[in-house]
Design a protein around this ligand. Sequence first.
Ligand SMILES: *Cc1c(COP(=O)(O)O)cnc(C)c1O
Length: 418
Amino acid sequence: MTTLAIEGGTPVRTTALDHRRGVTRIGPEERDALVEVIGSRSLFRYYGPDLREKVAGFEAGVRARLDVPHATATSSGTAALLAALAAVGVGPGDEVVVPAVTFIATVNAVVESGAVPIFCDVDASLSLDASALSASITPRTAAVVPVHLENVVADLDGVLAAAVGLPVIEDACQAMGATYHGREAGTIGTMGAFSLQLEKNITSGEGGVLVTSDEELHWRALRYTDQGGQFTTSHGSARGGERDEAFVGTNLRMNELTGAVAGVQLGRLDAVLAAMRANKAKILDAIGTRPGMQPRAAADPAGDGGSSITWYLPDAQVTGRFVAALSAEGIPCVTMYDGLPVYATPSIMQQRTITPKRSPWARHPVPVSYRTGMCPRAEDLLARSVTVGVGASYTAADLDDVAEAVGKVADAVLGVAG
Ligand SMILES: *Cc1c(COP(=O)(O)O)cnc(C)c1O
């Protein structure tokens, strides 16, 4: 057996592997689009000396690509979630059900909207467990937010059945282009939020987009992102009915520089997904099934966008050794979210907002408390998870290195495969 790099052996890789997605494909087209907007001096989406309508073009592209009637570009994925929560009417006194496993932004958006997050355990795909959802729903539940982590879509049939009568906001921030039984992630629930942050499938550094088939919710969300309808109503071609329903919004708009990059990147989405899916299949094929490495499940494996591979190992200790050894071989890998459910984040566990006056927990009609052990499957699976990135621009040699390193570490840490 070859000596592990962590024990002084030669690492499989000595040059860095970029496991990221759309960002690896940024090129002259993005630059040209930016130069065009700078040249136009029209950096604001609604007017300017020579408006190029890059944000509007990006929205039109999203509508076409995802086959969804309405899209609102936003300043971030979190902004898209905030606008969705506002549009469906979430506010103080409400509860919003979120999975125990997600990026903190999902939970922060709920808290910032004034509602209390209620954590539901996950299934073997690390997504909201539809069979546990009804136990998390109370008369105060105002929305359910399934999250599609790493391009694996949650069991939406199960979630929608359990959430009947409630708005379902898909947090598809990590899953643009992933599908669920042939339908686009983000277009199946009431509304769907995507992020364009650097780590996501396509990127403009920051940015997001919110989609829906519901025209009324679309207008509410759009106007929320635009100070209640400042420019969408007075400068845009369409009118949002602001005379019937006046409300306070904020500014979550996207600018033209971001829109220019986002529009070009959207055109790369299919190539990015095709590359990640093919790369993931090749790595899995080369590794094969291994004792002690249980693959993460998926409600619809065919829809997986392929951005990473997660296995569950026998216990947390072995997992720690595996991740340390594989990292030493030069392969990007992590224990997902450091092995912790999102409610273990101190701000959430201790229910702290920037000032107590802003606490949704303090003004909630019933006490809500969180504790370790609350969602046991999430805690167990996360602690035993190894996630290996699958880059959109990996070469054949990169794929060989990933597979070789995983095999080498599995042999040493889990015992030689039989
Ligand atoms: C990235 C992400 C967000 C937030 O997106 P930003 O664009 O960074 O605001 C929300 N939810 C999940 C699951 C994410 O991964």
